[in-house]
Write a new protein. Structure first.
Length: 177
């Protein structure tokens, strides 16, 4: 079975088994709804440590807090710190045209309209107004490039070819290693 991450567990909260999360989904209210089944993964390529059912989730001071059915003590959840919460592939819904799940974009090659390869998408930052691709450069010692996922910059996404074509604005990346 294939699993897709929806959050990173960063810490415990209190003594009643609550966990702090960094959401990695555009649909947190849906993913963390009471009764939903989630999977706890040590890393993204591993089999689940546990299958859990959401008891309650809410935002507290800008951070998601979640608790699971039958996990009501800090000692039961402490080992989950640093793990990922994931859904299975059956929970993934069809998106609108020109919308993508992060896992579809990670690893894609970023190429300018002129044909210059910049590198590969290694992370996607969710910054509110738009997502930003963190591109691991293919130039030795070059810093990662931050490419905003906006229409003025990202011209095409071709999942079949494994490429994102971009038109760089002046000063967007530093080619000096």
């Amino acid at each position: 079975m294939t699993y897709y991450r929806v959050a990173r567990i960063v810490n415990t909260f209190g003594i009643r088994g609550q966990l702090k999360l960094i959401a990695d989904t555009d649909f947190p209210e849906e993913r963390f709804a009471s009764g939903k089944t989630l999977y706890i993964l040590k890393d993204l390529n591993s089999q689940p440590l546990a299958s859990v059912q959401v008891a309650k989730a809410a935002i507290h001071k800008g951070t998601w807090l979640i608790s699971f059915v039958d996990y009501d003590n800090i000692n039961q959840v402490e080992g989950f710190k640093g793990c990922w919460l994931a859904i299975d592939e059956s929970e993934q819904e069809e998106l609108e045209e020109d919308s993508y799940y992060h896992h579809q974009l990670l690893g894609l090659e970023v190429v300018t309209l002129e044909g210059k390869t910049l590198g590969k998408i290694k992370e996607i930052l969710q910054l509110g107004s738009n997502d930003v691709f963190v591109v691991q450069r293919n130039i030795p010692k070059a810093k990662d490039a931050l490419i905003p996922f906006i229409g003025d910059v990202v011209k095409t996404v071709d999942l079949e070819a494994g490429q994102v074509k971009v038109e760089l604005m002046e000063g967007l990346i530093d080619d000096e290693a």
